[in-house]
Design a protein around this ligand. Structure first.
Ligand code: PMT
Length: 400
């Protein structure tokens, strides 16, 4: 199979002289099996015409001028398995770091849930400037992939760091982001996001889960070649196009949606922050403010993860443990009590974040092992989690 078979790559071009190399890059990405769609900033079009990329990619190029459909960049953001900005100028990187959306490429990078990779290309003094150094550090901290730059002679006549990597090197780097189909064909069912338990028709009991961790794991599993179904509580996130997504509100709906899909599931990953309790009898009409205190009777919700792990036969079961203290002790208890194959423990709340944030740190426990994944962007942690999980899954399936 080709390195980038069936991958959707958005090639985003910002305005630097290296843009001429991106024409060759578009062709080489396709030779590696990818479908390529191109988006260009205004200044990129000063260097190469959209027509060149339209002819090479076989798809219309998205530019501010071409955007008859004002949502074209959003559509691309959803379509992408990877957004590769090549060349990425110093100015573009600075705008990316500041979350600007003042051109279509920057807006696409903000709007996508796919990994974003940049191939910096600039004069060596610009690369060495402290402002650029700080921006590059922030890129790395946020889990934005960076390919290069290389050292060598530059279009401006100087020699040093700042050359964009050669097109074939960029293709190889892109391929390393996709996990070469480690989980090819494996069916994975994932829960993500918060549940909401109605109190009355307009009020709910819920929690701070954003769904970011669950959606990142869904994407990483997809990139590893798995068939992914996501059962998601209410979030503002857009799932990757090829993930089958089922939206639910309550814990009971999540329980039902999961159990309906277990026959075809080889791995179950419970990342949702499921409400442990629900209101016994939600009011039929909006509760009126009257007495100084209000008592609401809560009853226990079913434990979705434990119920999946109790089945026979059952899928490989991975849980998450969200704790505010005693992380390892409490997580190990959950691993044992719910009879899981693996648990990913995270500290949540207060200054440690974890819930609702873009980054996190995980402690991966199995009955016989422990691995710490240091703080990183959730997209990066998700890839590491999938890698470790795949090792344990295949060890269990095919014991030595
Ligand atoms: O969504 P984000 O903002 O990115 O935040 C990510 C996260 C903090 C929500 C995530 O990393 C996480 O820790 N998810 C699990 C949250 C949780 O409910 O943990 P718990 O320790 O209460 O539950 C243990 C496990 O049992 C979890 O896998 C949970 O999905 C599952 N569970 C819990 C209760 C229940 N009724 N049914 C369940 O399946």
């Amino acid at each position: 199979m080709k390195k980038l078979q069936n991958k959707h790559i958005v090639l985003a071009i910002s305005g630097g002289i290296a843009a001429y190399k991106s024409a060759d890059l578009a062709r080489r990405l396709q030779d590696a099996g990818a479908s390529v769609r191109v988006i260009m900033t205004e200044s990129a079009q000063e260097f190469v015409t959209p027509l060149t990329f339209q002819a090479l990619s076989g798809n219309p190029v998205v530019t501010a001028g071409s955007a008859a459909n004002g949502m074209a960049h959003i559509e691309l953001a959803r379509w992408a398995d990877l957004v590769l900005v090549a060349p990425a100028t110093a100015d573009f990187i600075a705008r990316l770091i500041h979350g600007r959306a003042d051109d279509l490429v920057a807006a696409l990078c903000l709007a996508t849930g796919a990994p974003v990779a940049v191939a910096p290309a600039m004069n060596r003094q610009m690369w060495e400037n402290p402002a650029t150094r700080t921006n590059i550090q922030l890129l790395d901290q946020r889990g934005i992939q960076r390919f290069g730059p290389a050292q060598g002679s530059q279009a401006c006549g100087e020699t040093g760091y700042g050359r964009m990597l050669e097109p074939q090197e960029l293709v190889e780097q892109c391929a390393t982001l996709f996990d070469s189909g480690r989980l090819q064909g494996v069916s994975i069912l994932i829960t993500a996001g918060p549940t909401q338990e109605p109190i009355d028709p307009v009020r709910v009991i819920t929690n701070l889960s954003s769904g970011k961790m669950g959606y990142a794991v869904a994407r990483a599993a997809l990139d590893a070649g798995a068939k992914v179904t996501l059962v998601s509580g209410s979030t503002c996130l857009t799932p990757p196009e090829r993930v089958k997504t089922v939206r639910v509100q309550t814990a009971q709906q999540m329980f039902d949606a999961v159990h309906e899909r277990l026959d075809d599931t080889q791995i179950f990953i419970g990342i949702a922050a499921v409400s442990d309790y629900r209101v016994e009898e939600p009011a039929q009409s909006k509760l009126k403010k009257s007495a100084d205190t209000l008592e609401i009777k809560l009853v226990k919700n079913p434990d979705i993860l434990a119920s999946v792990a109790a089945r026979n036969p059952r899928p490989f079961c991975v849980g998450f443990a969200a704790e505010t203290d005693h992380l390892e002790d409490y997580a190990r208890k959950k691993l044992e009590q719910k009879r899981l194959d693996m648990i990913a423990a995270n500290l949540v709340g207060g200054e440690t974040g974890g819930i609702g944030t873009d980054d996190n740190a995980l402690l991966l426990l199995t009955p016989h092992s422990k691995v710490e994944l240091p703080r990183a962007a959730k997209s990066q942690l998700a890839r590491q989690l999938i890698e470790h999980m795949a090792n344990h899954y295949f060890e269990q399936k095919n014991p030595a």
